[in-house]
Design a protein around this ligand. Structure first.
Ligand code: PA5
Length: 463
C-alpha cells in the first residue's frame, strides 16, 4: 500500500521557492484559529457527510453490484449511461483513468467488457447518432439521477424507454434499463418500482458531485471490469491519511484558501497523463459547484470561489502555459504526475548525427513527458507562479481512489475555511427551475411570470 501512496508536493507554493507571491509558513500560523475551527466543524458535521462513509460501509452494495455486473457482461455488448453533472463526470473520469483510451474500439483492450458511452449532454445530433449506432437488443441503458427529476436525464430516459418498448416489447424492455437514484425521493424511484427495473441507490447525504464512490461511479466501473474494491480501498487508505497531522487534503485546501484570499481566482489542474485528463473535468465540477457561492453561512453576500481550469500536459504547454507563466498573477497551478506508466515507447537513435534531434534518441516517451512536467514546474517556479504537484506512483484503482477522496475532503475543508455550504447548488437549481418554467411544468407558474417580467431583448443589440 505504502508504495502506491500518492504524494502532494507543495514546495512551489511557498515564498522560499517562488518569491514574494508565494506563501510564507507564518501565514498558515496566522489563520491557525480558522483552521482549528474548520477541523472541528469537519468532525462535528461528520454525520451530515455520508460520502465519507462510502469507503467503509458498502460491502453489501459492492456484492450486489458485482453480481449484477457479471450478468450484464455476459449479456450486453454496450452500456449507455444517461446522467449529467455528478452522475456523469465521475464515471467518465474513472473509465478514462483505468482503461485504455481505445477501450471502446478495441475488443482486446475491453477484456470481454461492454463498450461504454456516457451521454451527459442532450445535443440532439449526438443523441440521434448514438441511438442509430447501438443495437437495442444488446445494449443496457443506465439512468442515473439523484433527484430523479433532472430534465436532461429524464428526457433521455423517456426517449429510450419508449424506443425499447416499441422495439423489444414492454416485458423485454425492462431488462435493458437499470436506475441509480435516491431510495425515497423523486420520480425515477417511483417509476423504477412500478416498472420493476433493477435499481441501485444513492445514499442520503451523498450529493451528485460527491457520489463517485457510491453506485453512481461503482456500477459502470464494475460493469467495465474496474476493480471497485481496490478503488474503495484506496479511498479508505486516504481517509486514514486524512486523520494524521500531515493531512494532505487539508493542506491542499489551506494553500488554496490563502491563495484565494490573495486574489488567485483561478485554479488550474494540469495532469501529465492522458489517463488523468478527465479527473480534471470531474474536479472542475467538484471545486466550482461546491465553492462558488454568493452567501456565507451567516447570510452575508461573499461571492467566493475559484474558477477551475482544465489543462493537459504536454498538450497545453503549446497552448496555455505561456499565459500561466507570463500572464496575470491570478492563478495557481496543480500538476498531476505519474511515476510509472503502464506502457512505454522507446525513441530510436535515428538522426544521431543531428545534435538538435539526436539527444532524444535512446530515451522513452515516459522520460520525455516527465522531463516536460518538471520543466513546466521549473518555469512556473522561476516566474514566481505558485504551483503544486500531486504524484501517483501508478494510475490504478487504489491510487485513483486516494485521489478522488483526497480532492473531496479538500473541497469540503475549503468550504469550511470559506464558511460556506459546500454541498448545495442554488445557482444550478435556478437554471433547472427556469427550464421547468420555460416548458410550462406545473408548479412553476410564478417563476414563469418572473421570467416574463424580465426586460425583453432589444433587437438593436443583435447584429
Ligand atoms: O453535484 C450536483 O449535485 C449536480 O451536478 C448534479 O449531479 C446534477 O445536477 C445532476 O443531478 P441529478 O443527479 O439529480 O440528476
Amino acid at each position: 500500500m505504502e508504495s502506491f501512496r500518492i504524494r502532494l508536493d507543495y514546495n512551489n507554493m511557498l515564498a522560499e521557492f517562488v518569491g514574494q507571491d508565494g506563501i510564507n509558513p507564518a501565514e498558515i500560523d496566522k489563520i491557525q484559529a480558522k483552521i482549528d475551527a474548520a477541523v472541528a466543524a469537519m468532525a462535528a458535521k461528520r454525520d451530515q457527510m455520508a460520502w465519507r462513509d462510502l469507503p467503509h460501509n458498502q460491502d453489501n452494495v459492492v456484492s450486489d453490484i458485482l453480481a449484477y455486473a457479471a450478468q450484464v457482461r455476459a449479456k450486453f455488448d454496450t452500456l449507455v449511461v444517461f446522467g449529467i453533472g455528478g452522475s456523469a463526470l465521475g464515471p467518465i473520469a474513472l473509465q478514462q483513468a483505468i482503461h485504455s483510451p481505445f477501450y471502446n474500439i478495441c475488443q482486446t483492450h475491453r477484456s470481454g467488457g461492454p463498450r461504454l458511452f456516457v451521454a451527459d449532454n442532450i445535443d440532439p445530433a449526438t443523441m440521434a447518432r448514438l441511438l442509430d449506432m447501438v443495437d437495442l437488443k444488446t445494449t443496457l441503458f443506465s439512468v442515473v439521477s439523484k433527484s430523479g427529476s433532472t430534465s436532461e436525464t429524464m428526457a433521455q430516459f423517456m426517449i429510450i424507454k419508449n424506443m425499447l418498448e416499441q422495439n423489444l416489447g414492454k416485458s423485454a424492455a425492462k431488462d435493458h434499463l437499470v436506475c441509480t437514484t435516491d431510495r425515497e425521493n423523486g420520480n425515477l424511484i417511483k417509476i423504477a418500482r412500478t416498472e420493476g427495473y433493477k435499481t441501485f441507490y444513492i445514499p442520503g447525504g451523498v450529493g451528485g458531485r460527491f457520489s463517485q464512490l457510491c453506485p453512481v461511479g461503482l456500477l459502470p466501473a464494475a460493469i467495465c471490469g474496474i476493480d471497485i474494491r481496490q478503488l474503495l480501498a484506496g479511498a479508505a487508505y486516504m481517509d486514514d491519511l486524512c486523520k494524521s497531522d500531515n493531512n494532505p487534503a487539508y493542506m491542499y485546501a489551506i494553500l488554496h484558501y490563502i491563495a484565494m484570499m490573495r486574489g488567485k481566482n483561478i485554479s488550474v489542474m494540469m495532469p501529465y497523463a492522458d489517463s488523468l485528463k478527465y479527473i480534471a473535468d470531474w474536479y472542475a465540477q467538484l471545486w466550482a459547484e461546491s465553492l462558488g457561492k454568493k452567501y456565507d453561512r451567516a447570510g452575508n453576500v461573499v461571492n467566493v470561489g475559484q474558477t477551475p481550469v482544465k489543462a493537459l500536459g504536454v498538450t497545453d504547454q503549446h497552448s496555455q502555459v505561456q499565459l500561466y507563466v507570463e500572464g496575470p498573477y491570478d492563478k495557481i497551478v496543480v500538476l498531476l504526475g505519474v511515476d510509472s506508466f503502464h506502457a512505454d515507447v522507446e525513441i530510436p537513435k535515428t538522426f544521431a548525427d543531428v545534435p538538435s534531434l539526436g539527444f532524444l534518441g535512446g530515451h522513452t516517451l515516459a522520460r520525455l513527458l516527465t522531463a516536460e512536467q518538471q520543466a513546466t514546474e521549473y518555469a512556473l517556479m522561476k516566474a514566481g507562479r505558485m504551483n503544486m504537484t500531486i504524484t501517483l506512483p501508478q494510475v490504478n484503482e487504489f491510487t485513483i481512489g486516494q485521489l478522488l477522496y483526497m480532492l473531496e475532503m479538500a473541497t469540503a475543508f475549503a468550504g469550511e475555511l470559506l464558511d460556506i455550504d459546500a454541498f448545495d447548488q442554488p445557482g444550478v437549481e435556478e437554471g433547472k427551475n427556469a427550464t421547468y418554467a420555460y416548458f410550462g411544468r406545473p408548479g412553476y407558474e410564478t417563476k414563469k411570470a418572473e421570467m416574463d417580467a424580465a426586460p425583453a431583448k432589444n433587437p438593436k443589440y443583435i447584429i
